[in-house]
Design a protein around this ligand. Structure first.
Ligand code: UDX
Ligand code: ADP
Length: 481
């Protein structure tokens, strides 16, 4: 094996949901390594540097403590991308790779323009050999594209390219990083490649047992990330498919999940039926997988995976349609309270959140929507709704008409008090499973709502018997009457 480089300086390009928490934990666990996180977005960097830890750009339980411990010691946030690249022996690329919204592969393929820009910048700045690690989820064979760009300068600098996709889930990122099921590293099967892999293994070994670090070839690592997310999303779509059948037959989807989850071959996790999965990864990664399969002329495989996304679209649509149907076929001019906007609890991330799609369908019928979310800002909610108007993709969204932001603002109100959001509402819809919703005084809510008082629990988190007793008209996902 070539000499294994000992890492003293790490650079991470991209201070987002992946780069920020991951680097904070590396810095916390490796006090002997300088970790420099850079981003083009000045506001984001200012927020990471804010003395008030409540202002960090990402809400993630436990993150503030980790940042407090490492920032100023061996963890730095800045916009000085060139300096960070120049000083580092190892560079993580953690920039966003959204689904393309234009041109070839629109609505399916990952947009690699940010990755390409990073590679060009690294190639331009680097004066000595570097290990480059893909942290963002990328289509298979991106490493090859990176290699081509990096080695095109002809200045003799050598780059080793590794894939080490992140498996953290938002809301539990710090726990997942502290105690990962596995860290994965894909590298080239050459002496140089193996030495580069070992350098990264040595970083992770500072807190992760060796048996939890899996090494593979680069393409397997890239494809493992897409496959893991596709399998997880598939489980959610599978249980959601069954939820529709439960509602027709009188079965209870949570009882079914409990019963099948006891089968050790199936397992209990990711069987919680919901209004539909969201987040930046599941849909994007599956569409990416579908695009790859079509590219390699595997239409049956592509169709198989695409169905997982279609089922998710159907689940969101079914929920909205049920609200409209139950409210006597129209929600026009009716006040609908939304509890939760984030795509899951314990995060302020709203990317692909089911709430936005449900809101859009109700707005098409001119509902008046009153939103309360404990962590998502008003600005973000309007940005999401506006984004959807300009990117109307998805089976049900495409059919809708484009609304102006002024129209949206005239129909949507954001609240900081949940009780005000539900005051005189015709219906309350629960979109995110925030724990605090379970502790509300539901009797007080019932008294303040218009009658019949409808509750649509898109997460099955509130005690149905209690709500029934209070007099609510309750609709749960996957629970037949
Ligand atoms: C996911 C993967 O779990 C993680 O490994 C990867 O690195 C990134 O993508 P994340 O999107 O942050 O993480 O959250 P996750 O907990 O997987 O939930 C995704 C969506 O599925 C959420 O909207 C969640 O509410 C929904 N979900 C999850 C369900 O509806 N039911 C479940 O049983 C589990
Ligand atoms: P993820 O969930 O994958 O972390 P985010 O969108 O939260 O995605 O974060 C990605 C970050 O990468 C953004 O803050 C964005 O400004 C940053 N970024 C994108 N391209 C570059 C680049 N070329 N140089 C530096 N930062 C970049």
């Amino acid at each position: 094996m070539n000499e294994v480089k000992s890492i003293k300086n790490i650079c991470c390009i991209g201070a987002g949901y992946v780069g920020g928490p991951t680097m904070a934990v590396i810095a916390q666990k490796c006090p002997h390594i300088n970790v420099h996180v850079v981003d083009l977005n000045e506001q984001r960097i200012d927020d990471w540097n804010d003395a008030d830890l409540d202002k960090l750009p990402i809400y993630e339980p436990g993150l503030a403590d980790v940042v407090a411990e490492a920032r100023g010691r061996n963890l730095k946030f800045s916009t000085d991308v060139e300096k960070a690249i120049d000083e580092a022996e190892l560079i993580f690329i953690s920039v966003n790779t959204p689904t393309k919204t234009y041109g070839v592969g629109k609505g399916m393929a990952a947009d690699l323009k940010f990755i390409e820009l990073c590679a060009r910048q690294i190639a331009q700045v680097a004066k000595n050999d570097k290990i480059i690690v893909e942290k963002s989820t990328l289509p298979v064979r991106t490493a090859e594209a990176l290699r081509t760009i990096l080695h095109s300068t002809g200045n003799g600098v050598k780059f080793d390219i590794l894939s080490s996709p992140e498996f953290l889930a938002e809301g539990t990122a710090i726990r997942d990083l502290h105690k990962p099921d596995r860290f994965l590293i894909g590298g080239e099967q050459t002496e140089r490649g193996e030495a580069a892999v070992q350098s990264l293994v040595d970083v992770y070994l500072n807190w992760v047992p060796r048996e939890n670090i899996v090494t593979t070839r680069v393409w397997s690592s890239e494809l493992s990330k897409l496959t893991a997310n596709a399998f997880l999303a598939q489980r959610v779509s599978s249980i959601n498919a069954i939820s529709a059948l439960c509602e027709k037959t009188g079965a209870d989807v949570d009882e079914i999940a409990r019963a099948i989850g006891k089968d050790s071959r199936i397992g209990a996790k990711f069987l919680k039926s919901s209004v539909g999965f969201g987040g930046s990864c599941f849909q994007k990664d599956i569409l990416n997988l579908v695009y790859l399969c079509r590219h390699f002329n595997l239409p049956e495989v592509a169709d198989y995976w695409e169905q997982v996304v279609m089922m998710n679209d159907y689940q969101k649509h079914r929920f909205s349609k049920n609200i409209i149907d139950s409210l006597f076929n129209t929600v026009s001019g009716k006040k609908i309270a939304f509890l939760g906007w984030a795509f899951k609890k314990d995060t302020n991330d709203t990317r692909e959140t089911a709430a936005m799609y449900v809101a859009d369908e109700l707005l098409q019928d001119r509902a008046e929507i009153h939103v309360y979310d404990p962590k998502v800002t008003e600005e973000q909610i309007f940005a999401d709704l506006e984004y959807l108007q300009t990117h109307r993709v998805g089976q049900y969204v495409e059919q809708g008409e484009v609304m102006s932001i002024n129209e949206i603002r005239s129909l949507v109100t954001i609240h900081t008090d949940p009780y005000l959001a539900m005051h005189k509402a015709h219906a309350t819809a629960i979109l995110t499973e925030w724990d605090e919703f379970k502790t509300y005084d539901w009797e007080k809510v019932y008294n303040a709502m218009l009658k019949p008082a409808f509750i649509f629990d898109g997460r099955n988190i509130i005690d149905k018997d209690q709500l029934d007793t209070l007099g609510f008209e309750v609709y749960n996902i996957g629970k037949g009457k």
